[in-house]
Design a protein. Structure first.
Length: 425
């Protein structure tokens, strides 16, 4: 019988326990629970005629998990016969370097899975970077040429804007944040969505205003996509006065007068649009900023991630079931604007790439100038990879380039990897 996961189950995957055999027993208890879930799912899959094999990851440090157990896995893959049919194609593209990194053949296929780690339980469809056949097939299924054509209606370069913190040593006076013991720098980033590369990064102290930094760096012919931390009427007016446009989430309690309620198309309704409004902001802050021109607000359904406390991680109010997106773009279909905002998450993915792959999570210097140099080198690395490949680099692209320079991968192997990458839009 499965009675859920306990706090002891999650604690079995604390970082200090990853490489130790001492904690194999508590991890095995988690594995047994996943086994129970897996057997029930396997019966359901069989009932639907799905030929899948069930697998459970090791609960002890081994070659297959690189001698550390940070996550416990239950996953379903193609059966052995189906894997053999693809083996000849997949193995011809597999390099020695990637074989050493991931020796198990199961990673070369798409799989359904359930994972348990220190923080959460996750259920999903996973595509390993070596599952290139499945990735190409999935890309073909999801490809929407009509949608790409509709992006042509956007008159400007879609530029995602956000900031991320780089923790610093307490001795750095320039890095003031919360107090003397909690210090950091902030990296204000402009990221081009369709090219998948950063085009500008400004390094400031952590307490610097993201809105003020953006206002000082505005460029024409761009569409700035921002989260609600940037919602400021003065910034909106500044953007419109200088020529670029914006798409920005605003607070749920924003005050405005509805000038026109536009009808929603079937595509807009399918995309989760509730209302498409032309409005004029009427609050005191809008009047003070001189923002009196008509603008557009889209009400979009969302699935909030609520916490039991009713608060967010930053102490703000709980997210509702509908978000408000403001824009000065009045002549583009509502579903396109909503989808542009949905892709704002791409900049968060870049921050992970920047910190974890390019190594900028750990600062190499203790002085601001040294930190700026490290940041600029990381930007140059991102741009060179994108310019050289002409495609959207992934986490593995950087690793393959490193393998090439160290002699672990040949030029042919590196070029074969690049050919599998998605092209820049």
């Amino acid at each position: 019988m499965f009675d859920g996961f306990s706090s002891e189950d999650f604690d079995a995957y604390l970082p200090e326990k990853w490489s130790s055999n001492v904690f194999t027993l508590p991890r095995r208890k988690v594995k047994d629970k996943l086994d129970f879930i897996g057997r029930r799912l396997f019966e359901e899959f069989q009932a639907y005629g799905l030929a899948l094999n069930m697998h459970l990851s090791d609960d002890h440090p081994s070659l297959w998990n690189k001698k550390k157990v940070d996550t416990q896995w239950l996953f379903f893959s193609r059966d052995e016969e189906a894997r053999k049919k693809l083996a000849e194609i997949i193995d011809t593209e597999r390099t020695l370097a990637t074989t050493l990194i991931d020796p198990t053949p199961l990673y070369r296929h798409v799989f359904l899975g359930v994972s348990v780690n220190r923080d959460h339980v996750e259920i999903g469809l996973w595509l390993h970077h070596e599952a290139w056949v499945d990735r190409k097939n999935l890309t073909a299924l999801l490809k929407d040429d009509d949608f790409r054509a509709r992006f042509d209606e956007i008159k400007g370069i879609i530029t995602l804007v956000d900031g991320t913190l780089l923790p610093a040593l307490p001795t750095l006076v320039e890095a003031m944040w919360q107090d003397d013991k909690h210090k950091a720098f902030k990296l204000h980033t402009h990221f081009e969505l369709l090219k998948g590369v950063p085009t500008r990064m400004d390094l400031t102290e952590a307490n610097a205003s993201e809105r003020d930094v953006l206002e000082r760096s505005l460029q024409p012919d761009r569409v700035y996509v921002m989260d609600r931390g940037y919602a400021k009427f003065g910034l909106f007016r500044r953007i419109m006065d200088l020529g670029p446009s914006f798409v920005c989430r605003i607070r749920d309690n924003s005050v405005f007068e509805v000038l026109e309620a536009r009808p929603l198309s079937a595509e807009a309704t399918e995309a989760g649009l509730v209302r498409d409004l032309v409005v004029r902001f009427t609050g005191d802050q809008a009047a003070k900023a001189g923002l009196d021109r008509p603008m557009r607000i889209l009400e979009v359904k969302c699935k909030p991630h609520r916490k039991s406390s009713g608060k967010t991680g930053r102490g703000g109010p709980e997210q509702g079931d509908i978000i408000l997106i403001a824009t000065d773009i009045l002549d583009v279909p509502a579903e396109v604007i909503a989808l542009i905002y949905k892709h704002r998450w791409a900049i968060e993915t870049f921050f992970r790439f920047f910190k974890h792959v390019l190594g900028c999570r750990h600062l190499l210097s203790h002085c601001p100038n040294g930190i700026e140099i490290q940041t600029y080198l990381a930007i140059i690395a991102c741009l060179l990879i994108a310019l050289w490949t002409g495609r959207k680099p992934t986490l593995r692209t950087y690793e393959m380039i490193c393998h090439y320079f160290t002699g672990l991968a040949t030029e042919e192997e590196l070029l074969a990897h690049i050919e599998k990458l998605a092209p820049q839009s």
